[in-house]
Design a binder for this molecule. Structure first.
Ligand SMILES: CC(C)(COP(=O)(O)OP(=O)(O)OC[C@H]1O[C@@H](n2cnc3c(N)ncnc32)[C@H](O)[C@@H]1OP(=O)(O)O)[C@@H](O)C(=O)NCCC(=O)NCCS
Length: 149
């Protein structure tokens, strides 16, 4: 098990966005670029948090919202830190902040991403659609999910 200082959760900032983008590269085959995440810092319809071990970004969540609809774009945790409740903690940070603003959250997840699908089900998301061949690298269907907040 990795030795670690106390884990902290903080909002996206200019200081942690590079670490967040590097983490996305480690976790996804087609990650958003650092410039996209950096642009999101200026977007008032955007919300993101990182989880840090000391200064290292080891988890992140990013969402956009329009009116009362929240869309979950990115949620990832470094492999060595998984199954410790970090994704759940990041999700809770978002929902706490969006309480009274958003009433529903939507997301898309790869059909065969069992870890993420189990996580989302455990958070109360339900399937509301299916898009064949939605993802590339590798080609895969998307399962669409929603949760009333
Ligand atoms: C999916 C992911 C974000 C989960 O992060 P995590 O910090 O390990 O998740 P948590 O520890 O908060 O797990 C909460 C619950 O989700 C479910 N879960 C998470 N990982 C799971 C796995 N590998 N297998 C089965 N269930 C899993 C469990 O119900 C778990 O609760 P439990 O540990 O008490 O059983 C992480 O595996 C990841 O970053 N994967 C790669 C990137 C990715 O696929 N992101 C989602 C894109 S849509």
């Amino acid at each position: 098990m990795t030795q670690r200082a106390e884990l902290t959760v903080e909002m996206f900032s200019a200081e942690n966005i590079h670490g967040a983008a590097e983490l996305a590269k480690r976790c996804f085959t087609t990650p958003w670029s650092e410039s996209i995440y950096r642009r999101e810092l200026e977007n008032p319809q955007s919300i993101g948090f990182v989880c840090k071990d000391g200064t290292a970004v080891i988890g992140m969540i990013h969402c956009n919202f329009v009116l009362d609809e929240l869309t979950l774009n990115t949620l990832c945790v470094d492999a060595a830190y998984r199954r410790q409740g970090i994704a759940r903690r990041l999700w809770n940070a978002v929902t706490e902040m969006m309480q009274g603003v958003c009433t529903v959250c939507y997301l898309e997840v790869r059909e065969h991403n069992d870890a993420a699908r189990t996580l989302y089900e455990s958070l109360g998301f339900v399937q509301n659609g299916y898009r064949p061949r939605y993802y590339s690298e590798p080609e895969e269907a998307a399962v669409l999910m929603e949760k009333q907040l």
